[in-house]
Design a protein around this ligand. Structure first.
Ligand SMILES: Cc1cc2nc3c(=O)[nH]c(=O)nc-3n(C[C@H](O)[C@H](O)[C@H](O)COP(=O)(O)OP(=O)(O)OC[C@H]3O[C@@H](n4cnc5c(N)ncnc54)[C@H](O)[C@@H]3O)c2cc1C
Length: 524
């Protein structure tokens, strides 16, 4: 069973002050940075990860929630990426079984060419996964397809191709990775921003200037290797290193809508391989709701709170309506969220984001700033391994083998009851339930199954600092039902204020700030 520890900000800051030199400093607390930090700390390197906002505040809490080989990359003929992602999918299922579910998907087919294409395609997908497969694909009859997907449009339906992939909770995995880093002796802290890089007399990077966003305090951190894992913000850090550095990424936005299950009342996810704009669209059951998306729109500027565009919202609603029996309207949307994909900037001659490889890329500058970009959540572990290998090579450190292939992630549990509202806490669920005993009436939200104890737990053990941290990333209330999350925000603020010893002014400000933010997740 995992060791339990309080995530005391004061102690973590003290550790940062006392440590004279770190082996590895990672900038960015999304999937990429967490993967690097865990790999480094597991190899025994003194590792510090800093995140300017909350862990997974960026793209890493806004994904389609799939741990997948990537059917889309199969269609593009990128078998290497599919193979690598399939292996990682298998490892993640093994190491975080409390968060990754074996999910069946069905591709409904409406013509014979598609029937042949997708049946064969998914057999190749199975074959590429080899021993890491989550189950065999098969063609199912029209009758079985209609039984399995009660809402699906029947006109012209010939049957469906059923296959397996993984499905997970992205920000919960991020929080568990933070806990794994701490458990293995590393340090990871949120609300700490890198504002500059430090260099030695030979112009080689040897640390960074960091700012505690809460107190305004500035620290100089010495580190032998500094890793830029800031997703769509990588260019900002690269420019701290070299103000003349060129743009390495472009930004593509993906939007998801969350709907009530009645629009798609199936245990199987729906996969539409080719929408009218040539994209893949998913409808995935998630925490008793259904997540529908995504889009792929090039946008000009990166932000931590990207906004869904009207055309993206109507595209998803229209595409879903063509497959669901009951047509979802705007006011049926429980939440809308957008995420930004950091894509490696296209080479000359390439224009469309769809043509750009989704593999990850490592850049090492002349001053030895290590940048890791691209990739996906599914491959976060491999990305971390590749980065630490590269650091060892570039800095002439003795190679140590990665240990993350077999490392159980914090919360690991042998048995998971997916119907338990606390399932995503894994091995912590029993501890939270123990605390809930005798306080059964203290549910803050009955419909989302959020209990007072979960808020306290998030502050004590999961480094939640704001109402948004609790409602967006420790629980998923903001994404599951933005209106309900606004309703419960005042109670959450009060509970947090007691835990964090904050005053009424803090409570008021938190409620105002959260309400403003959550309103952006509601379609008016
Ligand atoms: C719409 C969409 C759907 C997706 N769906 C899937 C999916 O289903 N499955 C899958 O495997 N992958 C999916 N992906 C890909 C996956 O989500 C991303 O590859 C991954 O989350 C990127 O993580 P990251 O850590 O690189 O970036 P981020 O999560 O954005 O993290 C970067 C972090 O760096 C921090 N930062 C920036 N500047 C500083 C600074 N100066 N100091 C400190 N911190 C800083 C930011 O605050 C941010 O939290 C999807 C991507 C998108 C856009």
């Amino acid at each position: 069973m995992n060791q339990i520890f309080p995530s005391n900000r004061k102690k973590l800051l003290q550790q940062i002050e006392e440590q004279l030199v770190w082996d590895v400093l990672v900038i960015g607390g999304g999937a990429t940075g967490l993967g690097v930090a865990l790999d480094a700390v597991a190899r025994g390197y003194r590792t510090l990860l800093v995140e300017q906002s909350d862990f997974a505040k960026g793209t890493s809490s806004r994904s389609t929630k799939l741990v997948h080989g990537g059917v889309r990359y199969l269609a593009q003929g990128d078998f290497r990426l599919v193979r690598q992602a399939s292996i990682e999918r298998g490892l993640l299922c093994r190491n975080a079984p409390h968060l990754v579910k074996n999910q069946t998907f069905i591709i409904p087919v409406y013509n014979y060419l598609d029937m042949l294409k997708y049946t064969l395609g998914m057999k190749i997908y199975d074959w590429i996964s080899g021993k890491f497969t989550l189950g065999d694909s098969l063609f199912i009859s029209r009758k079985k397809t209609m039984q399995s997907m009660p809402g699906i449009k029947a006109g012209g339906l010939l049957g469906g191709v059923l296959y397996h992939d993984g499905q997970f909770d992205d920000s919960r995995l991020a929080i568990n990775l933070v806990q794994s880093i701490l458990e293995n002796g590393g340090c990871a802290i949120n609300y700490i921003k890198v504002t500059g890089l430090l260099k030695d007399d030979n112009q080689q990077i040897n640390g960074a200037v960091i700012k505690d966003v809460e107190s305004g305090e500035i620290y100089n951190i010495n580190a032998k290797a500094v890793v830029n894992a800031t997703g769509v913000f990588v260019d900002g850090i690269l420019q701290m290193d070299d103000p003349s550095s060129k743009k390495t990424i472009c930004v593509s936005q993906g939007v998801h809508l969350v709907l009530d299950k009645k629009f798609y009342p199936s245990a199987h996810a729906l996969m539409i391989p080719e929408t009218s704009d040539g994209r893949v669209l998913f409808a995935v059951p998630w925490h008793n709701k259904v997540v529908v998306g995504t889009t792929d729109t090039l946008i000009n500027e990166a932000s931590l709170e990207p906004q869904a565009l009207e055309k993206e919202i109507s595209f998803i609603l229209e595409t879903a309506a063509a497959y669901f029996t009951e047509k979802p309207e705007r006011n049926d949307v429980l939440s809308v969220f957008a995420g930004l994909r950091p894509l490696a900037a296209p080479k000359e001659g390439q224009k469309k984001t769809k043509e750009i490889s989704r593999s990850h890329k490592i850049i090492v500058s002349t001053s030895k700033l290590f940048t890791l970009l691209g990739g996906k959540w599914t491959t976060y572990r491999k990305m971390g391994e590749d980065m630490v290998n590269r650091i060892e090579k570039e800095l002439n450190w003795q190679h140590k083998k990665t240990l993350t292939e077999d490392l159980h992630i914090y919360g690991y549990a042998d048995e998971v009851n997916w119907n338990d509202p606390l399932y995503f806490y894994g091995s912590d669920a029993s501890r939270i339930r123990e605390r809930m005993n005798g306080t059964a009436n203290e549910w803050i939200s009955d419909s989302l199954k959020i209990h007072k104890m979960q808020v306290q737990w998030a502050v004590e053990h999961e480094m939640a600092r704001t109402v948004e941290d609790v409602l967006s990333r420790r629980t998923r209330a903001l994404l599951l039902n933005a209106r309900e999350s606004i309703r419960i925000a005042p109670q959450v603020a009060q509970i947090m204020a007691c835990e964090l010893k904050k005053d009424e002014q803090w409570v008021k400000e938190q409620i105002v700030e959260y309400t403003k933010l959550a309103n952006q997740y509601i379609l008016k």
